[in-house]
Design a protein around this ligand. Structure first.
Ligand SMILES: [Zn+2]
Length: 282
């Protein structure tokens, strides 16, 4: 629950549900519990969901990480909660939140890059999200930067997130060292220490991400680039190389944005989802 100044009033977390119907029922119950706790009625709901989405219909087309296909999430929540519902991509929602009250406050154009299980992106220009014609803009993670390269969860090969994403990093670590249990924290630690079983593929993964972000910088000319997501917590391990790679790919004549980390502590998505619903009446 978020107020009209972007402050989180009450927050509840759930395990990631597996089936759409049970997800809607569980999240709906949590929404009602939060509303009851605050003694308010739910007027409108904003949702940040994994995409690609069919925005005009409020449908999740495909969420490979959840195994969902053609899920009419907006209609399902409107029925569950009997109120108006706004739906957007989770990375877009995070971008909107960060641009509203976080690291991008005051920026004219903010590019947000979400580093998590997958790699997402969003652009907020003059306070509004840039969606593209069908809501599919800024899929930074699924730009092919290595034709014929590593297999991606989207079914194609050589995408950015087939190299640098939570999923891809663990997989590459397991392949390189034979250790199937290696945690991301231990992999980043080994990289910082110069472990030769990690350095070559990690360098390549960071450079793949840099190239993908550099493309977005060239196309959208942001004055602020904000990184967020679970992997951003390990920024000290890869941030310097990533930034140098982006600046090198963009070149001296390209845009010169500021770089920074999310300041909303993982709440950017929920604050931005609330902003979606609030913005609709402004
Ligand atoms: Zn892909």
């Amino acid at each position: 629950m978020v107020d009209d100044r972007g402050r989180v009033i009450i927050e509840q977390h759930l395990e990631t549900p597996t089936e759409p119907a049970s997800a809607v029922a569980e999240i709906g119950a949590a929404c009602r519990a939060v509303a009851a706790e605050a003694s308010v009625a739910i007027e409108r709901v904003g949702i940040g969901a994994p995409g690609p989405l069919e925005l005009s219909e409020g449908i999740i087309e495909l969420a490979p990480n959840l195994g969902w296909e053609r899920v009419p999430l907006r209609a399902m929540f409107a029925e569950e909660l009997s109120c108006a519902v706004w739906l957007d991509n989770d990375a877009n929602a995070a971008a909107l939140g960060e641009a509203w009250v976080g690291a991008g406050r005051g920026a004219k154009v903010m590019l947000m890059v979400t580093l998590g299980t997958g790699i997402g992106g969003g652009v907020v220009a003059d306070g509004r999200l840039f969606h593209g014609a069908a809501g599919g803009a800024l899929e930074i993670g699924h730009q092919i930067i290595e034709p014929g390269g590593r297999e991606c969860t989207c079914g194609r090969r050589g995408c950015v997130e087939a190299y640098f994403s939570g999923h891809a990093l663990v997989e590459q670590a397991a392949t390189a060292s034979g250790d199937q249990e290696a945690s991301l924290a231990s992999v980043f630690q080994a990289y910082v220490e110069g472990d030769p079983s990690v350095t070559p593929w990690m360098d390549r993964a960071i450079d793949a991400l840099a190239r993908g972000v550099a493309h977005a910088v060239m196309l959208f000319d942001p004055d602020q680039v904000t990184f967020t997501g679970g992997l951003a917590g390990s920024w000290d391990a890869f941030g310097a190389r990533l930034r140098a790679g982006i600046e090198s790919d963009v070149g001296p004549s390209g845009p010169h944005p500021s770089f920074g980390l999310s300041t909303l502590d993982g709440r950017a998505g929920l604050i931005g989802a609330a902003r979606l619903a609030l913005q609709a009446i402004e």
